[in-house]
Design a protein around this ligand. Structure first.
Ligand code: ATP
Ligand code: MG
Length: 252
């Protein structure tokens, strides 16, 4: 199995002098091609910091991170930004879409940079993703004229435009009601079934139960790891219970 991401003994600190604190304290993690990994842990345990480190959004102070076998720390800025733009997709709690652009333009904007000569194809692709994610018909809506769930779908479309190898999601359902959250998770499961790896930070056992592997963090370390089978064919209630029990066991 090909490893997309290999993080070895990652250390990351913030602050200076006496105030300096290790936010990641020797974290090692590997993500395989097409794998779905969830990350859980108390607030402040380092989940977002880990995601920023593994995606090359932020550098590390110790250890190393490799993407597709390339050590991120030795890449030139342009090489790193090319990898991030074309091989990784990002979805956050609040999609960072632009107010003066409609939904369709927001989705295609980042891709235009690589495909200026192919604007028609890019638009076609965006429309087909909007269809797939259930927001067809909202192309010309302003981002203030759609629901939170619809906005998140647009954020997911944007993240999928480059056919990334992996999607990083930092609490993508955190701002949604339970019905929208469920629908967005169906979408993530479908994206994963199509072969895209997913790394998803969440506080919600229902969300983590979709993953094949759950990492539990505390104080900057991975303190436990749980394997779950691929979602298809196994009962969701049982999976949620398993995750919730583990959360209780390690006090999250
Ligand atoms: N840029 C920064 N400068 C200083 N400290 C930071 C910075 N980013 C994060 N931290 C600190 O690092 C620790 C871990 O933060 P991180 O955002 O990774 O936590 P988290 O597990 O994602 O928490 P949450 O569930 O609340 O999102 C926290 O104590 C936080 O205050
Ligand atoms: Mg966070």
């Amino acid at each position: 199995m090909k490893k997309i991401i290999v993080g070895e003994n990652i250390v990351k600190s913030f602050g200076k002098g006496n105030e300096k604190s290790k936010v990641l304290d020797g974290v090692s993690v590997e993500i395989n091609e097409g794998e779905f990994v969830a990350v859980m842990g108390p607030s402040g345990s380092g989940k977002s910091t880990l995601m920023f480190a593994l995606s090359g959004t932020d550098g590390v102070d110790g250890g190393k991170v490799a993407f597709d076998g390339k050590d991120l720390s030795v890449l030139k800025d342009k090489e790193l930004s090319d990898i991030r733009r074309t091989k990784m997709g990002f979805v956050f709690q609040q999609p960072t879409l632009l107010k003066n652009l409609n939904l369709l333009d927001n989705i295609i904007l980042p891709s235009m940079r690589d495909n200026r000569k192919n604007a028609a194809n890019v638009t076609e692709k965006a429309k087909s993703l909007m269809q797939k994610t259930g927001i067809a018909g909202l192309e010309t809506r302003d981002i203030t004229q759609v629901s939170g769930g619809q906005l998140q779908r647009a954020g997911i479309c944007r993240a999928l435009m480059s056919d990334p190898e992996i999607i990083f999601g930092d609490e993508p359902t955190g701002a949604l009601n339970s019905k929208s959250a469920e629908e967005i998770m169906d979408l993530f499961s479908a994206i994963n079934a199509d072969g895209t790896a997913i790394m998803l930070v969440t506080h919600d056992a229902k969300v983590a139960a979709r993953a094949e592997r759950v990492l539990f963090m505390r104080d900057g370390q991975i303190v436990s790891e749980m394997g779950l089978s691929k979602v298809s064919g196994s009962d969701m209630e049982g999976r949620i219970k398993k995750v919730a029990e583990k959360m209780q066991e390690i006090g999250i």
